[in-house]
Design a protein around this ligand. Structure first.
Ligand code: HEC
Length: 272
């Protein structure tokens, strides 16, 4: 009997707890605060440039002539252009779609899936009889750059309804799961090793990973979305990159953005 009781006690403490996104987020924030006691949490929205003064200065110089400015201007024109049926994007979104990025991605209960801003734009096009845009293309980059620009200064306010918990959990698992020939998880680099170096690069904190998309990268010579970065991070450990807007990446974005709740949006941004 004693053994049985002991077993039950052991078993009950090892049972997986019910998902609690807010407890996860607080622990996440706490981790970075203790890893970087002299860096304010909000500063991580600048990624690696929050962690190294010399790189930050170079980057600020680069920002004097922001390389994403053209994308924002083009995006504004595209956004205002009427569809063939006379409607436009504004009809599909709250507040005409301006200053709303802090609410994306969200879990759509009827569709039972995570909807990112990119996907919402294509659903809007579909609803109005327009062909979807390529998720990796320039037009999508420009549109989201403009929408991000109108949301600057707002704070992420992602919600997880009970129906969305399993998508959140799947995203969380993706973040902590090891993969590829190097057998690294997202967390291996951006949590455990945040602030450390990988070749010439400083590993940024995931607490700022959602704030600044889309981003103009000099390496890409174009503006790209968060999922383009996911692909690159998967491939650099020898794992396969998934398609942009695949369910697994949308769930990952959902988890990661929830971890960024309360962080200030500062997209679009530039990175090396
Ligand atoms: C082998 C280490 C490594 C792993 C594993 C890794 N990354 Fe990265 N990641 C990097 C490096 C290096 C950079 C560029 C420097 C930086 O910003 O951290 C980067 C950059 C990023 C950025 C852009 C940061 C910014 O400020 O724009 C995001 C977002 C990101 N990674 C997310 C992820 C996610 C999500 C995963 C898991 C799917 C992942 N990474 C796995 C090394 C890694």
């Amino acid at each position: 009997m004693k053994i049985l009781v002991a077993l039950l006690v052991v078993f009950s403490v090892t049972l997986p707890a019910l998902a609690d996104p807010e407890a996860d987020r607080l622990a996440f924030a706490e981790f970075y605060l203790s890893r970087f006691p002299s860096i304010e949490l909000q500063a991580h929205k600048d990624g690696a440039y929050a962690l190294d003064q010399a790189k930050r200065e170079q980057w600020l110089e680069m920002e004097d002539f922001p390389p994403y400015e053209i994308a924002v201007d083009e995006g504004e024109l595209l956004y205002a252009r009427a569809f063939d049926n006379g409607e436009s994007y504004a009809a599909c979104f709250d507040q005409g779609g301006l200053g709303i990025k802090q609410n994306y991605p969200y879990f759509d209960i009827e569709r039972s899936e995570v909807i990112t801003l990119e996907m919402a734009l294509n659903l809007c096009r579909e609803k109005h009889g327009e062909a979807p845009l390529d998720y990796a293309g320039e037009l999508m980059g420009n549109l989201t750059a403009y929408m991000a620009y109108t949301s600057r200064g707002n704070k992420f306010a992602i919600t997880v309804p009970p129906e969305g918990l399993s998508a959140y959990e799947a995203g969380k698992q993706f973040f902590y799961e090891r993969r590829g020939q190097l057998n690294f998880a997202c967390s291996s680099c951006h949590l455990q090793s945040a602030g450390g170096m990988l070749r010439a690069e400083i590993l940024s904190a995931s607490i700022g990973h959602a704030t600044h998309w889309p981003t103009y990268r000099f390496k890409w010579e174009q503006i790209g979305g968060l999922h383009k970065r996911f692909i690159e991070c998967n491939e650099q450990v020898g794992a396969e990159g998934l398609a942009q807007q695949s369910p697994a990446y949308r769930n990952l974005e959902y988890f990661l953005t929830y971890m960024n709740n309360g962080m200030t949006l500062n997209g679009p941004a530039s990175r090396k």
